[in-house]
Structure formats: C-alpha cells, structure tokens
Design a protein around this ligand. Structure first.
Ligand SMILES: *[C@@H]1O[C@H](CO)[C@@H](O)[C@H](O)[C@H]1NC(C)=O
Ligand SMILES: *[C@@H]1O[C@H](CO)[C@@H](O)[C@H](O)[C@H]1NC(C)=O
Ligand SMILES: *[C@@H]1O[C@H](CO)[C@@H](O)[C@H](O)[C@H]1NC(C)=O
Ligand SMILES: *[C@@H]1O[C@H](CO)[C@@H](O)[C@H](O)[C@H]1NC(C)=O
Length: 526
C-alpha cells in the first residue's frame, strides 16, 4: 500500500475515533426504557459506543450478545421476581385500590409503596457503589457523557462520582416538580398548571388558587418526604453536605418528551429541549391477518383500543361494559387486551396480546384511538392525526388527556363510572363530529413542521455535551441563588423598609410641625 493511502486511512481512523464518543446509560425499568432506547440506538447508528449499566433485577431487558449496546451488569441482591412483585404492587394500588380506599388509608399506602420503591432503588444504587472493581472499570473507560432518567435517583450520583457530564431524558417527573425545583424551570402558577391538577393554561380565580396550593403542597412533599433520605445518602456518598435536588440540577441538558403540539406555551430555559414524539415513525405494513381484518371494515374504518402495557386484566364487569360498547360501534375494533375474553365481545371486535400501535394508528382506515393517555400513545396519535377517546387511569394520564381535550382532539371518560352508553357516545362523537379530526390533523401538521426532527435534536444535544464536555453556557445563574434571592424578596424587603422609614419620618415631621403650629396659635390666642 502506498504511504499516502496509509496516511489517509490512519487519518480516517483517528477522525472516526474522535466522532465516536462513549456513552454510559443509567436506565429506568419499564416503559421508560423503551423511550430511551430510541435515542440510544440512534447514537449507536452514528458511531458512538453505548454502555448500559444494567442492574441484574431489571425486567425490561437482558444483557444479550446481539444487542447494539454493551452491558455492565450490576449484581444486586434483588431477584427479578421480587422486582416484578414490587412494581406489580404499586401498579395494583394505582389501578384498583386508589379509587376505593378512604383518603387516610390511601395516603398511608402511597407512603408505604414509595418507601418500598426507595429501598429497592437504594439497594440497586449500593450495588453499583459497593462494587469497587466496577467503579474502577467505569472510571478507566473515560465516558464522555451519562444519559439518565430522573424518575429514579442515582444516575446523577454516578455521573458526579465519575466526573462526567450528564443529560436527562425525562417523560414525566411527577408534575414538572423535578424540572421546576431542581432544573430551575420557571412555572408561573397563573398559567402553568401544576401536575396532577388536571387544569389547563386558562384558569379561573378558584382554579388559580387551587393551582398555587397544589404547587405549594407538592414542593413540601418533595423536599420533606420524598427527598429527605436521599439528601442524607448523597451527602454521605459524596462526602460533603448536598441534596439530591442540587445534584440533579447539575444536568447539562434536559430532554423533555413533549412539544408545543401537546404542551401549553410556557417559559423555558436554554438547556431544555422539547423532543416529544421522537419515537414516532411512518406506519409500516400490518401483519397479514390484521390487515385483512382492518380491510374488512369497509367505509366505517377501525377503532384502535389500548389501555397500555400494564393493564392486563379488568374485572369481568368492566370488561363486559367495554365489550358491549365496542359491539355497538359500526367500526371494527382492535383491542389490546391480555385478560379473560369478555362474554359480551362483539363480532366486530378482536382482542390481541400486543398490537403494532404506531402502524395501526398510521393506517388510513383508522378513525379513532381509545387510550389510557400515556405519552407514547398520545404522541403516536398526534403524529398520525387521530382523534382520541381518553380513559385516564393514574399518574400523568389525567393531565395528558386534559391537554388533548383543551386542544379539541379528545373526549374524556371516567374509568370508575364508565357505562356502555358513555363509551359508545364518546367514540361516535369523535368520529361523527369532524372538529375532532380537524384538530388532530392540525396538531399533526404542527408536529411534522419542525426544522429538525425531535430524534435528531435529542441526539444533537447529547453529542454537543460530548464535544464540549458539558453545556455550562446554557446554565442559568438561578442555581446559585437561594429561594428568597430568586424571588428578590430580600430586595423587596429592603425597599419596603426604606419606604416604611421614609413614611415614619414624614409622619413624625408632620406631627412635629402641627404641634408647633398649634402651640404658636395657642400662644397668640393667649
Ligand atoms: C430475560 O431473560 C429471562 C430469563 O432468561 C426471560 O424470562 C425474560 O423474558 C428475558 N427478558 C427480556 C426482556 O428479554
Ligand atoms: C388481575 O391479575 C392479578 C394477578 O394475576 C390478580 O391478583 C388480580 O386479582 C386480577 N384482578 C382482577 C380484577 O381480575
Ligand atoms: C354517528 O354515526 C354513526 C354511524 O357512523 C351513527 O350510528 C350514529 O347515530 C351517529 N351519531 C350521531 C350523534 O350523529
Ligand atoms: C362538535 O364538537 C365541538 C366541540 O365539542 C362543538 O363545539 C360543536 O358544536 C360540535 N358540532 C356538532 C355538529 O355537534
């Protein structure tokens, strides 16, 4: 080989290794992983090396050879079975018990479940920190960036200990609380609804009052209930007084899984990127049997129905209410449902353990989507311009449906009191009344009309952080202020004191003058 060619090859190799960064990932179990995976796969496709720090108890993925990612398995003293049981218990609570228990019992159960989840997370975190060999290996690997989901603490702690910048990808942080309290995201309570409030950006006086109280209560709960133990843990591990929130606030970039097609306009910071819908893709062809069923619907089209991956069984009564409603629709229905087949299931309805949801929503014959209101499904509906019937269950789902309803693309139903006629009416409304379809298409157009796709933007910012070893130039100085400095309360107090002193002196002077004049007048009279 000629010397020149070798030099070129060598140059290419060097350039290649510069562009190929090393990414460390701290995943969160369940559907949150599915979200993150899209970004990670794209990073691999662009020549980066992605290493997933995988606790041995994780359910959603196994360390396999044919994965595009490398794995560092962390042995933890929790079995997959125990992990599944813990997650199931929480889910069972939100799904069945939450509606039925009296308030004090509900609060007690929430605290009980959260401390259980916290214990599991701490055990996993300990598993990483105690494994000295692993930590040494990670340090020696010299990663360029850590990607984490702030739903569960620990990622930011590892990044801090390894001395590498970190990026958050976040789908739902229990009510923009983490972004607001730790990321410094401004949220004026007059028009930014608090999470779980089910409010929109247009609020009456009483709604604003409710909103401000919600913010206040959430702040208290987070600082004094959820985060207290973690603050202590982080201080011990890092060997200096710190808090979980302070450590989280060091995130270079926050990739938020929504966009202005779904969000109400609100203030944000330069280190926040809204990348909602990055997992959406044009529809691929359906499996043959499914395509035949869809085609058999003729002019009426089909309705897609899914309550998410976590709802695998309903009570017999509920599933029959739903099945009866579906059987009265002129459309064909594809229902993702793993539970026992309800007796009232109509001939127009088929149940499936799993459906290719994105491909179905992108099918030209699909007329409506009945959903629990998870962000992934909502984004697939926005992407393809499909109107929704929302049956929210728990967590952020009520808020998500409230957003879509405010945008005129959804009708909302209450799962607890759901009747057959309600469901029939709701589906007929979003299909017969064209305003729902028009609004859904409008959102879809907004979603598609972006200079760079959400996935490219997400990957760009992770690469940016790798190239520049952070994104400190986007970090607001708000992080260095105390809460009273942030709101300028100290300045206001100073100004108020000045004004008070001025008024005091003025009043004193007046009184003095009046008294003097009074005395002179008195003397004159005498
Ligand atoms: C991981 O492996 C276990 C046991 O080998 C298997 O039961 C489970 O289904 C696998 N999980 C995934 C997500 O592949
Ligand atoms: C759903 O399934 C779980 C576990 O399989 C079971 O414990 C529960 O009783 C079932 N719930 C209903 C409503 O059938
Ligand atoms: C909506 O259309 C269906 C047929 O597509 C019809 O059966 C139903 O009565 C209509 N509902 C309303 C309110 O117009
Ligand atoms: C369609 O729905 C919109 C929004 O709910 C409503 O304002 C409008 O009156 C409805 N149109 C018809 C024909 O029912």
């Amino acid at each position: 080989m000629a010397g020149k060619e070798v030099a070129v090859l060598w140059l290419l190799a060097v350039l290649g290794s510069v562009s190929g960064g090393k990414v460390l990932v701290w995943p969160v179990d369940n559907s949150h992983w599915l979200n993150m995976e899209y970004v990670l796969k794209e990073l691999v496709a662009r020549g980066h090396e992605v290493t997933v720090l995988l606790p041995s108890c994780f359910l959603i993925l196994n360390a396999t050879d044919h994965s595009p990612f490398r794995f560092e398995v962390v042995e933890v003293p929790i079995s997959k079975k125990e992990m599944a049981a813990t997650l199931d218990e929480s889910f069972y609570f939100w799904f069945y018990e939450e509606r039925e228990l009296p308030l004090w019992k509900r609060i007690y159960r929430v605290i009980q479940l959260l401390s259980k989840l916290e214990a599991v997370t701490k055990t996993i975190c300990d598993g990483v920190l105690r494994d000295k060999m692993l930590m040494e290996r990670l340090k020696a690997s010299a990663f360029d960036v850590l990607v984490a989901d702030p739903l569960v603490p620990s990622g930011e702690l590892f990044a801090e200990m390894l001395g590498i910048p970190f990026v958050y990808t976040i789908r739902f942080s229990l009510g923009n609380t983490v972004e607001r309290l730790c990321g410094g995201l401004p949220a004026p309570p007059s028009y930014v609804p608090a999470i779980l409030s089910r409010l929109t950006d247009k609020m009456s006086f009483t709604e604003r009052l409710y909103n401000i109280i919600s913010y206040f209560l959430q702040d208290l709960t987070y600082h004094h209930l959820f985060w207290r133990n973690w603050d202590q843990y982080y201080s011990e591990v890092l060997g200096r007084p710190t808090t979980l929130c302070e450590t989280m606030g060091k995130a270079e970039i926050w990739l938020i899984r929504t966009y202005w097609d779904f969000e109400f306009p609100r203030p944000f910071l330069p280190n926040f990127e809204f990348v909602g819908g990055l997992h959406c893709q044009p529809a691929k062809p359906l499996p043959k049997e499914m395509e035949e069923f869809v085609q058999s619907s003729g002019e009426h089209g089909v309705v897609v129905f899914s309550l998410g991956s976590m709802v695998y069984n309903l009570t017999d009564e509920k599933s029959n209410v739903i099945a009866r409603a579906l059987s009265q629709l002129p459309q064909k229905v594809l229902w993702r449902y793993k539970g026992k087949k309800p007796e009232a299931l109509g001939s127009n309805t088929r149940t499936y353990d799993w459906i290719p949801q994105n491909d179905l929503l992108g099918h030209p014959l699909t007329k409506a989507f009945i959903t629990h209101g998870g962000t992934n499904g909502i984004y697939e509906a926005i992407y393809h311009g499909i109107p929704l019937v929302g049956i929210p269950m728990f967590a952020d789902q009520h808020d998500n449906i409230a957003h879509m309803r405010a945008k005129g693309a959804a009708v909302e139903l209450d799962f607890g009191t759901l009747k057959t006629e309600d469901l029939v009416d709701a589906v007929n409304t979003v299909i017969n009344n064209s305003s729902y379809k028009e609004n859904a298409l409008r959102l879809s157009k907004i979603h598609h009309d972006q200079p760079i796709t959400p996935l490219d933007r997400a990957v760009f910012w992770i690469e940016f952080v790798m190239r520049h070893k952070g994104a400190k130039h986007l970090r607001p100085a708000a992080h260095h202020l105390t809460w009273y400095q942030y709101h300028c309360l100290d300045v206001l107090a100073f100004l108020f004191t000045c004004a008070a002193i001025a008024v005091f002196i003025l009043v004193k002077c007046c009184l003095f003058c009046c008294r003097k004049r009074g005395r002179i007048a008195k003397r004159k009279k005498e």
